[in-house]
Design a protein around this ligand. Structure first.
Ligand SMILES: Cc1ncc(COP(=O)(O)O)c(C=O)c1O
Length: 409
């Protein structure tokens, strides 16, 4: 007799994603989340995991954050999705709140539902505003799987969907000379993740993003920074780019903006370019984009994430994790661990792919859920919940230590 869990897995395989089920079964890492609270998720049969991936930052403030749930529950009494054709208080209030935290001029907000949708819009806007066609992105970067977002990405993701839109070129991240050569007066925009996650949590060199900004200005091209993973406090600053002395022309927000409760994303651009949409107000439409409930969830996320005390907590957890992980790396040198990243957006690089993949399985068995970087599997993405306690952080580190021991033994 099949258990409830087996039935769910079978129905999912029959009707949703058979390939995913096969993949997880092959590596014996099947997880069917049921209960979720704070930094933990429990499988339907009761095993509990620390979520140290957080869906790329969706659960920055923990699963089912009580403050967000109560804001959304209250909103449900009077609001619904709203109507994207009409003027809306939650949309207006959230946009004002976001603009107040960004550099001067970055105050025009267009809402979406997902990160990919907001990236697509940023590219539409760049082309529409500059009347130029070429877009430059980073090899190994990732901006989503929708139309233009897919076109910015690596060949392996788009090959099967040819023909993809034209005018897209990739360069290597962190190479100023390379981007200097690639950007020309025909370039509409350069789009980069502030810290490319799928590439392996690669932090930009100190002056890289500033240099890219200058190259863009010289060529009258726009700089779009994808803050879908780095935004909302993940790096210890509200916006990841604040770490790098750079002022983008557009930023793209998603994931954590939802509080993990109600999907919402945004493309924010400089008011210098506002005539384009002013003259074409119905050129971009998204029925559910910036739904009123989503905006109310995001306002609560903004309220929590911009507090100094919250950001200081992220920085203090960063220090705690980094110090202890480096000590563990030194205690288990055969794993070849190198720790990198900013705030709680960390990449744990191991000596090779086999080591990181085995470790993911051992961590899974011991109660930590993490994933590897899609474009560099020897790097485990370590993105724990930002508001966890030191006790929880300590518990996570103990599990990592036990797992390193098993791996080395
Ligand atoms: C940096 C970055 N940008 C954009 C996206 C696309 O977001 P979504 O999956 O919500 O479309 C992702 C998703 O993982 C991402 O990591």
């Amino acid at each position: 007799m099949d258990s409830d869990r087996d039935k769910i897995i079978k129905t999912y395989a029959d009707h949703v994603y058979p390939g995913k089920v096969e993949f997880y079964q092959k590596y014996d890492i099947v997880l069917v989340p049921e209960k979720r609270e704070g930094c933990k998720i429990s499988d339907i049969y009761g095993k509990t995991f620390y979520n140290c991936h957080c869906n790329g930052g969706v659960f920055n403030l923990g699963h089912r954050n009580k403050e967000i749930i109560s804001a959304v529950t209250r909103a449900m009494e009077t609001y619904d999705i709203g109507n994207h054709h009409l003027i809306s208080k939650p949309k207006a209030d959230l946009a004002k709140m976001i603009a107040a935290t960004l550099p001067e001029g970055l105050n025009q907000v267009v809402y979406g539902v997902s990160g990919g949708e907001a990236i697509d819009l940023s590219i539409k806007l760049a082309r529409g505003i500059t009347r130029k066609k070429n877009i430059i992105s980073a090899k190994g970067g990732y901006h989503g799987h929708t139309g233009f977002a897919l076109a910015t990405g690596d060949k392996k993701f788009k090959e099967k969907f040819k023909p993809v839109p034209k005018g897209f070129k990739q360069i290597r991240f962190n190479r100023v000379e390379e981007i200097k050569k690639a950007v020309c007066p025909d370039t509409a925009a350069v789009i980069l993740e502030t810290i490319p996650a799928t590439m392996g949590i690669v932090t930009p060199d100190k002056h890289y993003l500033k240099a890219v900004q200058e190259i863009c200005r010289e060529n009258k091209s726009l700089l779009i920074l994808d803050e879908v993973q780095t935004g909302f406090g993940r790096t210890g600053k509200l916006w990841g780019f604040e770490n790098y002395d750079v002022t983008p022309d557009m930023v793209v927000l998603g994931k954590g903006m939802s509080g993990g409760i109600y999907p919402v994303s945004a493309t924010v651009y400089n008011e210098k370019y506002k005539n384009f949409l002013k003259e074409n107000p119905f050129l971009h439409i998204s029925t559910y984009g910036g739904s009123e409930i989503g905006c109310i969830a995001a306002m609560k996320v903004m309220e929590i994430s911009q507090k100094k005390q919250f950001l200081d907590h992220v920085l203090s957890l960063e220090k705690f994790f980094k110090q202890r992980l480096e000590l563990l790396g030194a205690a288990y040198p055969d794993l070849g661990l190198k720790v990198r990243g900013k705030g709680l957006m960390m990449g744990l690089e191991f000596k090779d792919e086999m080591t990181s993949l085995f470790l993911i399985k051992i961590l899974f068995d011991n109660g930590i859920y993490v994933v590897y970087s899609g474009n560099d599997p020897k790097v485990i993405q370590f993105l724990p919940v930002l508001n966890m306690s030191k006790i929880e952080a300590n518990d996570i580190l103990s599990i990592i230590e036990t797992s390193f021991k098993t791996m080395s033994g």
